[in-house]
Design a protein. Structure first.
Lengths: 166, 428, 319
């Protein structure tokens, strides 16, 4: 597997998105990794609309089984979703369930004009019919389920991707 | 029928006896101790090796729920419980339905009990008609029918003039008056001892003053009227102190405590355990300790079960809506033993409170002791056995008690009433 | 004796009282309430957490207001809510409390929100569910007798934390009819658990329960003494039926001595907040100028109450 330089992937992703960004474009990061990435993209792309943040804890489809185990944080959508072009940002696309929850939650704020999905990496293993609009890296082989890929942020603010045995 | 109880440790508080010896029973009476009387031929031998042979227990308060409350318990079920508990004499409070205020009812109760041929019953008649605290009952007639004392059970008289007249009238005949100290208005609407636990749980409280104010009134009226007063179900240290003060002034007054108040305090209510809903309420730990000491030192004269069978419907409700009371006949002996051991008392002194001392309060002379010639009411128990109290093992129809699930000392092995074996567990 | 509100793993199975709840559980509920405050600002004020769940509002004592806040909370979590006002008369006609509960369990209830006039009624229901092996059904106490009103206590804590941040630096006074107040008991339990160094109760001796000081509070009878230097004033409601009789001579005298006026409030810290569980008796417990004044946070209490109840329902359902 090629080395995963999160900073480089982030820049690549921004370049993919740049031609499609308009003054009306809004970004919503999924807490926590997606939000870090969205903050970067927001700056790199010079987006003028305020950045949104989503916590999908309440919309997860395994809520009844797993409950509120991590402390949920606020969902903050500081712009009007109605008729806005929205790009949801997440670090890693895997089963697609988190994206599903985020789309559902977004629609409780209004009816967006369009919804896109930007991710650093698509690790395969989809369980829902969801695909990224923008993706910096598609892994050629799906990662085994025993492994976790996640974005981390250092104290100096630099982003790293880490592969962990679950 | 003749019975020899062999090799038992005979503990007879009335005679200050505690020794291993044989007991010979003939014609329903104690025929001899130690050596067989002339011409005694065993009809049956009970091997009491390792067991205690004591007088059958005398319970100052056992509600058998007849008449009126047969859905909760019947004379049969509760008599079985008494036999299983080694209790051979029962004083019955008058709060049946109808109330024991008519000679006919008392005769019927005595007749029914006699036919069952188990524990002896000693009805306590109602002091006032219907326990209403308005008109006096026919005390002379009631005594003729079998009543041994008069009480209001736990229904206080509102009008002190009526109470005074009732005590005067009873004193005319030197009848015993048993009163439970409950000041009517101070206890109204309360369900638990007015203290930290009630405050925490938000249960309306009953202050100790509900007991002491009533006690003070009763003691004053007894002094004026000369009534033979016995105070039932003492619950507080302050109440005991009032009684001792009256005694110091020369008054002859006795009192008892229930097994519940001896072993439980308001802390045991825990998360609204309705089995701890009792009258009077369970008081503080400090009160409980004072009651234990008072009983150990004989300042409290007797211990009773205050047996009050309540069915599950009466207990599976919020605390304040539940019916007060707990089953007790089968717990009287174990809880006497537990208290005696905890108080460092000998079995002889401990058992006195449920035999000879209790007999004196009821006025029973033929039983409560094992003298030659006494009625052969005998309780034979294994003092070393530990028994877990459970709904399945209780014979009383009332399965509700705060002691469920606990292991208590003492197991009754044989109960004899008038020389007849009425209950036996054979560990063959 | 197992704490009836915790399950075998020590997790919150029911919410029955705040008395005895550990500090981290209280804090977890308050923390979890924060994200729910934002739901009210959305276009669609709904979260899918309790989709398909049936919640029965079982009110044996009428209270439209409390029932409504639970109903809103449950509906914002997408639950199906059934309101039952079980008048006490129908239970005396024969059906016992537990019969009613069993009936509703047979209708696949997932959660009961119980209001009852008798202290301990929700505890009894929880014990019954446990004894009959129905551990998947949850009970929330919406006020029982004088015992507890845990969600009110929690929303009060949320409000205090919102305005004052650190519990360990506060002096808090609870004023009025503590004797009959389940709210006061829940407040005292939570405040002492959360480390408030001084909790005061102020009122006439007739309205303060015996040995209340053993719950960890300081007792005052004089308002000006009790309010001096406090950060939070929590007023209690005085029920109409207690106003004239053996507990208090008249509401007028109560107001004169223990009513919260601007003048008395001036003795508290300048930034003290004033709370009230509602409904208020203006001119009995509190002066209108105070109730509507800048220091009152009575309406935010109501708003926070919905978020806190959503948090509690979510946490119970998610165990």
């Amino acid at each position: 597997m090629q080395s995963l330089d999160a900073e480089a992937l982030c820049r690549q992703l921004a370049e993919q998105m740049r031609p499609h960004v308009s003054p009306a474009t809004t970004l919503v990061g999924i807490r926590t990794g997606g939000l870090w990435l969205a903050e970067r993209l927001h700056a790199l792309l010079g987006i003028t609309q305020p950045l949104g943040a989503i916590d999908v804890s309440f919309y997860r489809d395994d809520y009844a089984a797993k409950g509120l185990h991590t402390k949920p944080q606020r969902t903050e959508i500081p712009f009007n979703v109605e008729n806005a072009p929205v790009i949801i940002v997440d670090d890693v696309l895997y089963t697609g369930r988190t994206t599903r929850a985020a789309i559902n939650e977004l629609f409780d704020y209004g009816r967006p004009a369009s919804v896109g999905l930007a991710v650093l990496i698509d690790r395969g293993g989809r369980e829902l019919p969801i695909a990224a609009t923008y993706c910096a890296l598609y892994l050629p082989e799906p990662l085994p389920t025993s492994q976790n890929l996640q974005l981390e942020r250092d104290e100096d603010g630099s982003l790293n991707l880490r592969l962990i045995d679950a | 029928m003749k019975i020899r109880i062999a090799n038992g440790r005979v503990i007879d508080p009335a005679n200050q006896t505690d020794r291993i010896q044989d007991v010979y029973i003939a014609d329903g009476k104690i025929a001899a101790l130690g050596h067989a009387p002339d011409g005694f031929v065993d009809a049956r031998t009970i091997d009491a090796t390792g067991l205690v042979v004591a007088p059958g227990l005398i319970d100052l308060a056992a509600r058998l729920r007849e008449p009126g409350f047969e859905y909760r318990a019947t004379l049969e079920s509760e008599m079985d419980a008494a036999m299983a508990g080694g209790v051979t004499s029962l004083a019955i409070p008058p709060d049946t339905d109808p109330v024991l205020d008519e000679p006919g009812l008392v005769e019927m109760l005595c007749y029914r009990a006699k036919k069952l041929n188990r524990a002896h019953v000693y009805p306590v008649g109602a002091l006032t008609l219907g326990l209403k605290g308005e008109r006096l009952s026919e005390m002379a007639e009631l005594v003729e029918a079998g009543c041994v004392a008069f009480s209001q059970a736990n229904v206080p008289i509102l009008d002190n003039t009526v109470l005074m007249r009732a005590m005067q009238y009873a004193a005319t005949f030197d009848f015993r008056v048993w009163l439970q100290p409950i000041a009517p208005f101070l206890s109204r609407g309360g369900y638990a001892h007015d203290g930290e636990v009630a405050t925490r749980l938000g249960l309306p409280g009953i202050p100790v003053a509900a007991e002491t104010v009533a006690l003070f009134t009763y003691l004053q009226l007894a002094k004026i009227t000369g009534a033979r007063l016995h105070i039932t179900r003492l619950s507080s240290a302050d109440g005991l102190r009032l009684i001792e003060q009256a005694r110091a002034e020369g008054m002859d007054v006795t009192c008892d405590v229930s097994i519940n108040h001896l072993h439980l305090s308001d802390m045991d209510i825990g998360y609204f355990n309705a089995n701890c809903h009792l009258v009077p309420p369970l008081r503080s730990q400090r009160d409980r300790e004072a009651l234990c000491r008072g009983l150990a030192e004989g300042r409290i004269n007797a211990l009773c079960s205050d047996h009050t069978p309540v069915d599950d419907d009466g207990k599976l409700t919020p605390f304040s809506e539940s019916e007060p009371g707990a089953t007790g006949l089968e717990l009287l002996l174990p809880l006497t033993l537990k208290w005696a051991a905890a108080s460092g008392l000998s079995l002889l002194d401990g058992l006195a409170r449920v035999t000879s001392d209790a007999a004196r309060i009821v006025g029973i002379t033929k039983a409560g002791h094992l003298s030659v010639g006494a009625r052969a009411d005998v309780c034979i128990f294994d003092p070393a056995a530990q028994v877990r109290i459970s709904r399945d093992t209780l014979r009383s129809q009332g399965k509700n008690t705060a002691f469920l699930g606990l292991e208590l000392p003492g197991q009754v092995r044989y109960t004899l009433v008038e020389g007849q074996l009425m209950f036996a567990i054979d560990h063959a | 004796m197992r704490n009836p509100q915790l399950n075998k793993n020590g997790e919150l199975q029911h919410l029955l009282t705040l008395d005895g709840l550990p500090r981290d559980v209280l804090n977890a509920i308050l923390d979890n309430a924060t994200p729910f405050t934002e739901v009210a600002e959305r276009e669609v004020k709904k979260l899918p957490i309790l989709r398909g769940k049936s919640i029965f509002n079982l009110f044996f004592e009428n209270s439209t207001r409390t029932r409504t806040t639970f109903e809103i909370a449950a509906k914002r979590l997408s639950a199906d809510v059934v309101n039952l006002n079980v008048s006490t008369s129908s239970t005396t006609k024969g059906e016992s409390l537990l019969d009613t509960v069993d009936n509703l369990c047979a209708m696949q209830a997932d959660m009961f929100v119980v209001r009852h006039a008798a202290s301990g009624a929700p505890v009894l229901i929880a014990q019954h569910l446990q004894a009959t092996g129905r551990d998947h059904i949850h009970v929330i106490n919406a006020g029982d007798g004088r015992h507890a009103h845990p969600t009110q206590g929690l929303l009060d804590m949320y409000t205090i934390r919102h305005y004052k941040r650190d519990f360990t630096q506060l002096t808090i006074a609870i004023v009025g009819d503590v004797l009959h107040s389940r709210v006061a008991r829940s407040q005292i339990a939570a405040l002492t658990t959360l480390g408030v160094p001084e909790v005061r109760v102020i009122g006439p001796k007739t309205l303060l329960p015996t040995e209340i000081e053993k719950l960890g509070v300081r007792v005052f009878h004089d308002m000006s003494e009790g309010l001096r230097g406090v950060d939070v004033v929590m007023m209690l409601r005085l029920q109409n039926e207690r106003m004239n009789g053996a507990l208090l001579p008249t509401p007028q005298e109560f107001y004169k001595v223990w009513g919260l006026t601007a003048e008395k409030l001036a003795l508290a810290k300048p930034d003290a907040i004033v709370m009230h569980p509602g409904p208020m008796n203006r001119g009995v417990e509190i002066e209108s100028a105070v109730a509507d004044g800048a220091q009152a946070v009575i309406l935010p209490q109501v708003t926070f109450g919905i978020a806190v109840r959503m948090a509690v329902m979510s946490m119970l359902a998610g165990q």
